[in-house]
Design a protein around this ligand. Structure first.
Ligand code: R5P
Length: 293
């Protein structure tokens, strides 16, 4: 039987491509919000013994979680065999330690919640910083895909003489791998964060790269301050205005307008979250992964 495909706020273009790539069937269902904000779910498609694939977008997750849990529980009660959750962007990964006494390590709580309701998780470049693997917090099997080959291909086609720049040590994993595929140099800077929008980035040692095009790579663009401060640090050292590439286009608050006002040449993201800056398509990656589930 064909797998049943559900979209939970998923990117419609990605949804259509994925259904085609694994010959799935779009589920018929209703997910309605009552005037008081409570949720109603009804599934019309036959579920018994089938696999369900849910393409979800959980950027700004809180109001989207309970309807997802209800959808999963309705699928269970209708006899679905297995629930595969495809979350191109996996939220709640950055609070991976108690930075201060009394804080909740929400990455663990969120992982425990999802692991109770779905059977398999597919995601792209989750923010694995202090965890080596999702298995440390998720009790279900997961597939972690890397957007770097797609990013490297884009750079190869679009940028002359690139210099890959990782704004902080966490981004070194993406910067180093991308530079290796593109076959170009890379540098990694040091970032200190004092608050959500208060970031400092060290001055780069980049005098050898004045004729290169800096390409900043990070997993997440949220407030955009990491990219802005990095671009300013490069400008001070006489480098060209950079191209900024983010895997996940969160763009919180004034991030996009602030980045456009900064010494940045282009802003480009992958389509893990639908956004006007999307230019790098990761549908093929997800399609391949789904083909193996
Ligand atoms: C840091 O842990 C992440 O890798 C990103 O550097 C960070 O989330 C970017 O945030 P913002 O755009 O708010 O500076």
């Amino acid at each position: 039987m064909k797998p049943l495909f559900f979209s939970h706020n998923g990117n419609p273009e990605l949804f259509n491509t994925l259904i085609e790539s694994v010959s799935g069937e779009a589920a018929e269902y209703e997910n309605h919000e009552f005037p008081d904000g409570e949720s109603y779910v009804r599934i019309y498609s036959t579920c018994a013994g089938r696999d369900a694939i849910i393409l979800g977008d959980l950027h700004r997750p809180n109001p989207k979680i309970l309807p997802l849990v209800f959808l999963c529980e309705t699928l269970r009660s209708e006899g679905i065999a297995r629930i595969v959750l495809v979350l191109p962007y996996l939220p709640y990964m950055r609070q991976d330690i108690q930075f201060h006494p009394g804080e909740g390590v929400t990455s663990r709580f969120f992982a425990a919640l999802l692991s109770r309701h779905v059977d398999h998780l597919i995601t792209i470049d989750p923010h694995l910083h202090r965890y080596d693997s999702l298995d440390e917090i998720y009790s279900i099997p997961s597939q972690v895909l890397a957007a770097t080959p797609c990013i490297a291909e884009w750079i190869h086609q679009q940028i002359d003489a690139p210099l890959i720049v990782g704004p902080d040590s966490e981004s070194e994993q993406w910067a180093a791998r991308t530079a290796e595929i593109v076959d170009c140099p890379y540098i990694v800077l040091e970032k200190t964060r004092f608050g959500d929008r208060d970031v400092e980035v060290s001055a780069p040692q980049a005098e050898d790269y004045l004729n290169h095009t800096p390409v900043l790579i990070d997993d997440i663009i949220s407030t955009g301050r990491t990219m802005i401060k990095t671009a300013e640090a490069l400008q001070k050292e006489g480098l060209k205005a950079p191209v900024c590439i983010g895997v996940h286009a969160l763009f919180s608050g004034d991030a996009l307008s602030a980045m456009r006002a900064a010494p940045i040449d282009r802003i480009v993201t992958c389509n893990t979250i639908a956004h006007e800056t999307n230019a790098i398509d990761i549908a093929g990656l997800l399609g391949q992964a789904l083909g193996t589930v």
